[in-house]
Write a protein that binds this ligand. Structure first.
Ligand SMILES: Nc1ncnc2c1ncn2[C@@H]1O[C@H](COP(=O)(O)OP(=O)(O)OP(=O)(O)O)[C@@H](O)[C@H]1O
Ligand SMILES: [Mg+2]
Length: 499
């Protein structure tokens, strides 16, 4: 039997840097293969080479017996290769159903006319329905894509890819930034797809529960080469893979914080009401964070965690009647640059790296903006927290991998020597080994008196770093957990985080 996909000697360099360094891979039809490896290992580049977004310098790609190595992306889609991206990509102003109709119509040589009812085109409508059912979104067909939760958007993207009737589906970090509940839904749907269709899936993922829960084979990339390939159990036990990527299975919890944080809190949020336009998102949110404390905001996607962080950072203006104090100064109506000057530094979940600046320049901008002459965060110290950055200072932001951008965004916030760090999804997209290093770094920072408020879907990470947790549900704080409760698998937290 010939393989569905036969890759040999595939290589791609950028300037003098080799991202994919001669990969061989043979995939039989059917099943789910996971691709894992450290940040910057070349996973996304490899997917881009398969999908035709990039052309290789060397090597060959055979798909269903035909040479597709130099075909443009559109021709590969027609040949049966479809993909989703590391960053979500849907039309927010179209309904869920219209989004899926776009590629279905395109296949029939037509285009979407939003004023014409889809139901009128019978065959098309049935096909759109079938695709939405395949990803579990049939119930949301008429809603605008903009209102979908993060997880539902990801499922919609998969439906878009399926609309091209692929035989090979390439998924780049399908569960990034997702909580346990949403993640499990994606897992179930992907598993069902693989079982029902004559579909072969190749998936890149940093969430090890997902990879080990889904894949029947795992390929490990490291510095552009496949260094291990086999069944999950073997990969898990492979000493080399443990060393470069997995690290120890768990994140060690930090030692308990010394002192009780007596004295005035660094951050005091009182009756915070906020939202966007007419949408009321936060309802009377009140909490404090003591100096030198690490507090985790937990909650499913869309429950108000990001909005809380944005309001503290001044990127959103709290509604009348709300009060926020940073070191006893009222900041609820201050602009973001003033709040940054007062010592709060915010890392958004989408990183916001300047694409045309190098990694080094991205840091310089932050230093200059705040006129910090001597940060405690020297280049050497940043490199000790994020070793991969050491080799990347001259690389342009747009060329950094997903995880590399994340590390740089956190490093940029640190160079401003903040008193209060606001971190949105800090562990998202980072390999397990780097997540552990980051947890260690936060412990160090806390030891120096820096205060941290973070929102992260990775419960294991939150548990490892946080002194306590606050749980949000529909814009309200509904539960508080002490460090001991967090460590002890507080059932209330699990209840709130499940879908
Ligand atoms: N156009 C480019 N020019 C220069 N370097 C690039 C370019 N594109 C990617 N790279 C580099 O190639 C390496 C591999 O990047 P890639 O995005 O494939 O990594 P990845 O394995 O997907 O990582 P992550 O898990 O962080 O998403 C990275 O170090 C990245 O900085
Ligand atoms: Mg990537």
């Amino acid at each position: 039997m010939t393989a569905l996909l036969e890759v040999s000697g595939l290589a791609k360099s950028f300037d003098d840097f080799t991202a994919v360094a001669g990969v061989d891979l043979s995939l039989a039809e059917g099943g789910i293969t996971g691709v894992i490896g450290p940040n910057g290992a070349g996973k996304t580049t490899f997917i881009n080479l398969l999908a035709g977004k990039l052309l290789p310098d060397r090597g060959r790609i055979l798909f269903a017996g035909a040479d597709v190595t130099r075909l443009p992306a559109s021709a590969r889609v027609r040949a049966g290769i479809a993909r989703t991206f590391q960053v979500t990509n849907v039309f927010p102003r179209l309904t869920v159903e219209q989004n899926v109709a776009v590629p279905v119509l395109a296949r029939a040589g037509q285009s979407l006319k939003p004023w014409r009812r889809l139901e009128a085109a019978e065959g098309i409508h049935a096909e759109v329905r079938r695709l939405l059912e395949a990803v579990g979104l049939a119930g949301r067909a008429a809603e605008d894509a903009a209102v979908l939760s993060h997880g539902d958007r990801r499922l919609l993207e998969i439906a878009l890819a399926l609309a091209c009737e692929p035989r090979l589906l390439l998924l780049d970090e399908p569960t990034a930034g997702m909580g346990a509940g949403e993640r499990d839904r994606i897992l179930t749907q992907v598993r069902a797809l693989a079982a029902r269709r004559s579909l072969t899936i190749l998936l890149v993922e940093h969430d090890m529960e997902v990879v080990f829960g889904l894949a029947d084979r795992i390929v490990v990339l490291h510095q552009g080469k496949a260094i291990a390939d086999g069944v999950p159990q073997r990969i898990r036990e492979d000493p080399r893979v443990r060393e470069i990527y997995l690290g120890d299975a768990s994140v060690d919890p930090l030692p308990a914080r010394e002192g009780t944080g007596a004295g005035a809190p660094l951050l005091r949020v009182e009756r915070l009401d906020a939202g966007y336009g007419l949408a009321h998102v936060l309802h009377g949110v009140s909490f404090t964070v003591a100096r030198g404390e690490i507090v985790a905001l937990l909650g499913r996607n869309g429950m108000g965690k990001t909005t809380t962080l944005r309001n503290v950072a001044g990127l959103n203006t709290p509604w009348r009647g709300s009060a926020i104090f940073l070191a006893e100064k009222s900041i609820a109506s201050e602009p973001p640059e003033r709040i940054a000057e007062l010592g709060a530094s915010y890392v958004p979940d989408d990183r916001r790296i300047f694409a045309d600046l190098t990694a080094a320049e991205n840091l310089r901008v932050a230093e200059l903006a705040l006129r910090r002459v001597k940060s405690r965060w020297t280049r050497a110290r940043i490199e000790s927290v994020f070793p991969p950055l050491a080799k990347l200072w001259d690389r342009k932001g747009r060329h950094l991998s997903g995880g590399e951008q994340k590390m740089l965004a956190i490093a940029r916030a640190l160079t401003t020597d903040p008193a209060l760090l606001l971190l949105d999804e800090p562990s998202e997209g980072l390999g397990p080994q780097i997540v552990r290093i980051l947890a260690g770094a936060l412990a160090q920072i806390r030891g120096e008196g820096v205060t941290v408020l973070l929102a992260d879907q990775n419960l294991m990470f939150a548990r490892a770093v946080a002194d306590r947790a606050l749980v949000m549900e529909r814009g309200r704080l509904v539960h508080a957990a002490s460090r001991a409760e967090l460590a002890g698998n507080d059932p209330a937290i699990h209840r709130y985080l499940a879908v």
